[in-house]
Ligand binder design. Sequence first.
Ligand SMILES: [Ca+2]
Ligand SMILES: [Ca+2]
Length: 109
Amino acid sequence: MKKWKGLLIGAAMLAVSIVPVFANVAVESVSDQVSDSKPSTTDPVALKGDVDGDGEIKLKDAQLALKFSLNLLAPTDKQKAAADVDGNGKVELKDAQKILKVALNLATF
Ligand SMILES: [Ca+2]
Ligand SMILES: [Ca+2]
């Protein structure tokens, strides 16, 4: 019985010494993912015209800008910065039109 107890303690100590290693690895990989995803989600500089923030200027961005200009949707600060392509501080129809033209490759910013 004494032998089993010693084995049990040995196994417990082994487990205790291994667990923190796994915990560290888990925490590190999680924080890696967080820092990796941070630039795209918290980047204060918005891509002009990319209202939904997917990295591309498409019809969807123009639609969002249009909804902002018509007060059908309230933009976040970043969305507003992206949608206000002429930089006059307001998201208006002309901003949505410009984004639409860029989305259709009829214009560039
Ligand atoms: Ca977009
Ligand atoms: Ca504007």
